[in-house]
Design a protein around this ligand. Structure first.
Ligand code: PHB
Length: 390
């Protein structure tokens, strides 16, 4: 009898303990941020984590009465790891939102988990058009390759470029860039004599660049993911491609602000189309760049950082709007249709597609005060992902 009472008391205490803890636990709002912090895509992880932490430092860690907890996990950009980590974050940590996704295969690996668990997944980096169609719980704060590639295909033929060889990383975003650039360029009367694809993992650009040299097009159009641009630029210079009269053009991934300043003079004059330059002259961007650099030992933010920063804003605003109640569906509903001023310019989360609508800029690498920057010289406003109309 005595023993039973003790047991009952213990059970009651445990229950009380649990319910005593419950409010505190419930009060925490967890963001599971999965990024490549090591390996080939590590610069993406470093940029996005720094941007997310800057957002929290600027905007506080309490929203709608909830304490924000950022849980960062390194997937080394291997999609099996991304999936395993997402599962663990949803099941064990009970995260309210999943975010990050350094490369397309990672985002696609996590999409079914977002759907099954009704957890919003904010894609801050990966940029293949079809990603948002892989789950109704995906919202994107980065960009898409079709969105930025078309502008280059319109600019090039008006600027003396009639033949182009394309060179892309052989996976989702590269195939999107190749298709949307070359179709539009051909529509504009240009010729694409060859389309080259290099492996994503440990690419050796040398044999491809040799081939381009032999073909001698007016320009080489390049897409490689953030972090790989410096290697392309270096080998382009070493092979004397520029001296042979071949211009380098591409999406802004190749003149990535994370690496641009170390690329040297071979990068000067390279024209790219993209949604973000650290040199964007708005007051909002100047503040963002200054505060990011101050908090990160002078690291210059790149387009990945902006995807992370704006992704955090989308999550914070959704939590504010839904009053911290209602779970994944309420959050998702409050993410759709958000309009705000990003460091990149005005942006809008299209409620139908859950993809980002934004300005695309034409930019040329120039030296200003001894530093290399992507200097914007033209803009196409409010560009939707053209991949969605197919
Ligand atoms: C992607 O894998 O979707 C990706 C990664 C890096 C980029 C662009 C796209 O710069």
């Amino acid at each position: 009898m005595h023993k039973r009472t003790l047991l009952q008391a213990a059970a009651a205490a445990a229950l009380l303990g649990a319910s005593g803890l419950a409010p505190a636990q419930d009060n925490v709002f967890k963001i599971g941020l999965i990024l490549p912090m090591t390996g080939q895509q590590a610069t993406t992880g470093r940029q996005i984590e720094a941007a997310a932490r800057l957002w929290m430092a600027q905007n506080g860690d309490t929203v709608a009465g909830r304490k924000i907890q950022l849980i960062v996990r390194d997937d080394t950009s291997l999609p099996d790891q991304t999936r395993r980590l997402a599962q663990e974050l949803v099941v064990n940590e009970k995260v309210n939102v999943l975010a990050g996704m350094g490369i397309t295969p990672s985002a696609l690996a996590v999409a079914p988990i977002a759907t099954q668990s009704k957890t919003p997944l904010v894609v801050m980096a990966a940029a293949t058009s079809s990603i948002t169609e892989a789950s109704p719980y995906i919202v994107r704060s980065s960009f898409t390759l079709p969105q930025v590639s078309v502008a280059m295909a319109d600019w090039a033929p008006k600027n003396g470029i009639k033949t182009v060889v394309t060179l892309v990383s052989d996976y989702g975003p590269g195939l999107d860039a190749e298709k949307y650039f070359s179709e539009r360029f051909a529509f504009n009367g240009g010729k694409v004599p060859e389309k080259l694809r290099v492996p994503l993992r440990n690419p050796d650009f040398a044999p491809f660049l040799q081939k381009v040299r032999d073909l001698k097009p007016d320009a080489l159009f390049v897409f490689v993911p953030s972090g790989a641009g410096a290697a392309v630029m270096k080998q382009f210079g070493e092979r004397g491609m520029d001296k042979a009269g071949i211009r380098l053009i591409g999406t802004g991934d190749v003149t990535d602000d994370d690496q641009l300043n170390d690329m040297g003079d071979v990068a000067l004059g390279v024209v790219t189309s993209h949604h973000y330059s650290a040199f964007h002259p708005s007051p909002a961007n100047k503040k963002f760049v200054a505060e990011f650099m101050k908090a990160n030992k002078n690291l210059r933010p790149n387009f990945m950082a902006v995807g992370g920063y704006d992704g955090m804003r989308v999550i914070y605003e959704a939590l504010k709007k839904s009053g911290g109640k209602g779970g994944g569906d309420a959050l998702l509903a409050a993410m759709k249709g958000q309009i705000f001023e990003s460091p990149r310019g005005p942006v809008f989360i299209d409620a139908q597609t859950r993809d980002i609508v934004q300005n695309v800029y034409l930019r040329k690498v120039e030296k200003k005060d001894g530093q290399l920057w992507n200097v914007e010289f033209d803009v196409i406003k409010d560009v939707k992902d053209p991949g969605k109309s197919k």
